[in-house]
Design a protein around this ligand. Structure first.
Ligand code: MN
Length: 236
């Protein structure tokens, strides 16, 4: 059999380990396939970033699965930046995927919810925006997405409102409500599935309310979505 047609059983280097997120109340993990992020999904945050809060079509960017930093970990301050911002977000974990998913079917795809932080090298993002360059260096860096354990939808349903907040050293920095999301979770899933084939293991960060700001080494960041999950991260 020639090399192109044989079944490959061994790997030349060790295969990457799967990225597993803890599930609250369970000993099994949630394996992550892709990480999608929604930009400017709360009007007040769009305004603070200098944009029109009108309901434009949602836009997406990605982080890498191994950028996720599982619950209870420390966040190492990344290199080549002096302006790392916190963005607290509701995170959606999918157990089912597909293409062209209808809004009314979208919640059937959801396994559960978590809270996460979309850490952003804001200075690199500003440069990228100005130059019309991609956001990868601003968004998809090591440990850039601390995330709580996933709470199954079976346990809490599908939250449509609820306090979403973030504190730095005990001081409230971000506060909003899930009902302020411009694009709701079912709409986000439907829109994403027009662009990409969604699959079990995909994780979606749904955008941040206003109040984003810088963190510094030594900061204690706490955040949560009431009724869903909470998270504490130490900035190293
Ligand atoms: Mn974000």
């Amino acid at each position: 059999m020639d090399a192109q047609h044989r079944t490959i059983m061994e790997t030349i280097i060790p295969p990457p380990l799967p990225v597993l997120l803890p599930i609250s109340g369970s000993l099994v993990g949630f394996p992550v396939r892709r990480v999608y992020c929604v930009g400017r999904n709360y009007a007040a945050h769009a305004i603070e970033m200098g944009h029109d809060p009108d309901r434009e079509p949602p836009f997406f960017f990605q982080k890498n699965p191994d950028n996720l930093l599982a619950a209870g970990s420390a966040f190492p301050y990344p290199p080549l930046t002096a302006d790392v911002h916190h963005e607290v977000e509701l995170v959606v974990a999918l157990k089912r995927g597909g293409t062209d998913i209808a809004v009314e079917d979208a919640l059937d795809c959801v396994y559960g919810y978590a809270v996460g932080i979309d850490f952003t090298r804001r200075d690199l993002q500003a440069e990228a925006k100005k130059a019309g360059k991609p956001w990868a260096a601003a968004k998809a860096f090591e440990h850039s997405a601390p995330i709580s354990a996933i709470t199954p939808a079976e346990a809490i349903g599908h939250p449509v409102n609820g306090n979403i907040w973030l504190k730095v050293n005990g001081e409230l920095r971000q506060q909003g409500d899930l009902d302020q999301m411009i694009w709701k979770v079912p709409e986000i899933i439907a829109e994403l599935s027009k662009l990409f084939t969604l699959a079990p293991g995909d994780v979606i960060m749904t955008g941040t309310p206003s109040g984003v700001g810088a963190v510094a080494r030594g900061d204690e960041v706490t955040c949560g979505v009431d009724g869903v999950a909470a998270l504490a991260v130490h900035v190293l």
